[in-house]
Ligand binder design. Sequence first.
Ligand SMILES: [Zn+2]
Ligand SMILES: [Zn+2]
Length: 279
Amino acid sequence: MIVNLMRRASFSAAHNYWLAEHSEDENRRAFGVWAARKPHGHNYLVEVTVSGDVDLNTGMVVNITDVNRALKRWVIDVLDGRYLNEEVSYFRRNAPALENIALFIWEALANSLPSGANLTKTKLWEMDTLWTELYKESDGAMTASLTRSYDFSASHRLHSLHLSDDENREIFGKCNNPNGHGHNYTVSVSVAGDPDSKTGMIFPLDELDKIVEEEVLMPFDHKHLNLDTPEFATINPTSEMLAVVIWQKLARRLPTSGGTRLHSVVVSETARNSFEYRG
Ligand SMILES: [Zn+2]
Ligand SMILES: [Zn+2]
């Protein structure tokens, strides 16, 4: 009986994106708008997942108090309140991008967890709209992903051209209102791949922002999806189809296989439901 067990902890730290051995131009090229000589700070939130067989004597995989103790000793006490670039030796060699901080946490914990606890995932948030996940696939391979979430507001009418008016009313109810209704949408875009050895980033964040701005936010924000966008002129704009259409639009700008690739698109119409498409 394999059970996954999650534990969260938080820490505050400062960092900056600047490689001293590189010129100003090289730093601007590597880090884009995030290049800065002076540090800034974040309240980080980390969630570690450990997996293991339930011990029938105790009813536990492992004592979660021991997981928390290792997390505190090897991660929180080392990172909390620090200027990562200068005060944590690991980040003198590795740029303190979110992906590398997650890797640091992985390496710090992998061999210090109590026996029986197998580290399978670390998830690290820099803010509500930016997080990274590092996890072990079932075949043992490691995958790293970076997710950025974006908001836009749009109206739509759920109405399928393949159904009669009666059927549309029956299936979509008030969402079939002829004049539409609106949502504040959230779109979370994940890219997976190996962090760049110099910048520590899987994909340059300002480039991802630019692509999403051009492919998603500009065309959809403050629009009536059915009436104002060619994408949904004939497609029923459900959240499922929105996830698929956004994936297809992003896939024209990002690879979908190989090294750095588009990994997942999640669309939320309300906080209560979300729809994920992975191509
Ligand atoms: Zn930062
Ligand atoms: Zn709706």
